[in-house]
Design a protein. Sequence first.
Length: 140
Amino acid sequence: MISFIINAIKIIFLLAFLIFIHEGGHFLVAKFFKVKVNEFSLGFGKKLYEKQVGDTNYCIRLVPLGGFVSMEGEEERSDTKGSFSTLSIPKRIAIVAAGAFVNIVFGLIVYFSLIAITSSFYSTNVSSLVDRLCSTKCWN
């Protein structure tokens, strides 16, 4: 029973880390385009921890199965400076796509790092098996 609880905790922390990576992509690109980010939150539900830094409120919430980046002008049109809705369409697309892009890049980095560390991977190449079978002269 204790190993199940430990594994569940590991999965929750891993999922929270992946959500942090994803939401961090949105956050960094929004900040790059000088969009006012009202809140960066990991999880949903009741706030467990929050800290205001500049214009952004950073939160950790009770249920660690999601997250969000709340930007000025994202929900409803706003003409204030630093609003998401005043950006050009390509910039808005970049902010929205940044989360998925960062996930893909992170996955590739992890994959190639594991290959470099273990120096082994599986292949679908069967040519060595065919060569071995043909050398036994069973095919004559």
